[in-house]
Write a protein that binds this ligand. Structure first.
Ligand SMILES: Nc1ncnc2c1ncn2[C@@H]1O[C@H](COP(=O)(O)OP(=O)(O)OP(=O)(O)O)[C@@H](O)[C@H]1O
Ligand SMILES: O=c1ccn([C@@H]2O[C@H](COP(=O)(O)O)[C@@H](O)[C@H]2O)c(=O)[nH]1
Length: 241
């Protein structure tokens, strides 16, 4: 299946990207811009579900590094993703997109709990489902949650919208000489320990034959380009090139 023939996709948005030009939290202009781009993708015929990270608010590993119990810190990270999901739902509904937030940690007065069959039904009705609170378990990330939900929802691909334009042979933010792959295999990402996504997420996608498309969502209008098979991105799940 080529990149342009995917129909149902899971879009993972980096939490950090929601900060926009800021250093923390949610930038309303950036969220509104991203919501417009997601609406355009839906209007062009894609069936979409979303996972949003929490790195703009709290990461468990940072809490643990400053002395917190890791599990408590991870629950805080998961709650951060719920805040982002609600902000994104608000932005989508303001522009007329029907959405549901489902949380892996039940919080009945805030949003729906995650129920797979119900999420499927929402998607069949043309709603965008935003999966919040990651997997609901500490020691995981929203990348793993994205891979898990993509498999559960029968998605054709997982699009990771982040702050780099693909997978490099080293972290491009640390090594300016790093070079970008057009495509590479799941096993290459794992064996070379490329940290653009956590290993559990990559293995889950590999085992369920879900390609991962890594692209820069900070760049305006890039989502539409990448969805249509153009634009700069790396596809994980093909042979190395
Ligand atoms: N080999 C690599 N190729 C590309 N990026 C890499 C690589 N190794 C590490 N990275 C880093 O991975 C980051 C993207 O993954 P990360 O999980 O940190 O972000 P995210 O999931 O998009 O954010 P958030 O946690 O805010 O939701 C990039 O910012 C990049 O610096
Ligand atoms: O399944 C999960 C997903 C996330 N967490 C915690 O949330 C934060 C934010 O998620 P990011 O993927 O880093 O954006 C993460 O650092 C974990 O602390 C989790 O515990 N379980």
């Amino acid at each position: 299946m080529s990149r342009s023939s995917y129909k149902r996709i899971l879009l993972k948005l980096s939490g950090e990207v929601l900060m926009g030009p800021g250093q923390f939290g949610i930038d309303s202009e950036t969220v509104a811009r991203l919501a417009q781009e997601v609406k355009a993708a839906k209007d062009s015929g894609f069936e979409l579900c979303l996972v949003i990270g929490g790195g703009n608010i709290f990461r468990g590993i940072a809490g643990a590094a400053s002395g917190m119990d890791r599990t408590a810190a991870d629950y805080m990270g998961m709650l951060a993703t719920v805040m982002n999901a609600l902000a994104f739902q608000d932005a989508l509904e303001k522009i007329g997109v029907d959405t549901r937030v489902q949380s892996a940690i039940p919080m009945a007065t805030v949003c729906e709990p995650y129920i797979r069959r119900r999420a499927m039904r929402h998607m069949e009705k043309g709603r965008i489902v935003i999966f919040a609170a990651g997997t609901g378990n500490p020691f995981f990330t929203t990348d793993t949650a994205s891979a898990l939900r993509a498999a559960e929802m029968g998605c054709d691909a997982l699009f990771k919208g982040t702050s780099v334009d693909g997978v490099y042979n080293a972290d491009p933010k640390q090594d300016p000489t790093a070079t970008r792959y057009e495509s590479l295999s799941f096993n290459r990402v794992l064996s070379d320990n490329l940290k653009v996504m956590d290993a559990a997420a990559v293995a889950l996608c590999r085992d369920n034959h879900i390609p991962i498309v890594v692209f820069n969502i900070r760049e305006q209008a890039n989502l539409a380009l990448v969805l249509s098979g153009q634009g700069t991105a790396t596809i994980v799940g093909k042979e190395d090139s």
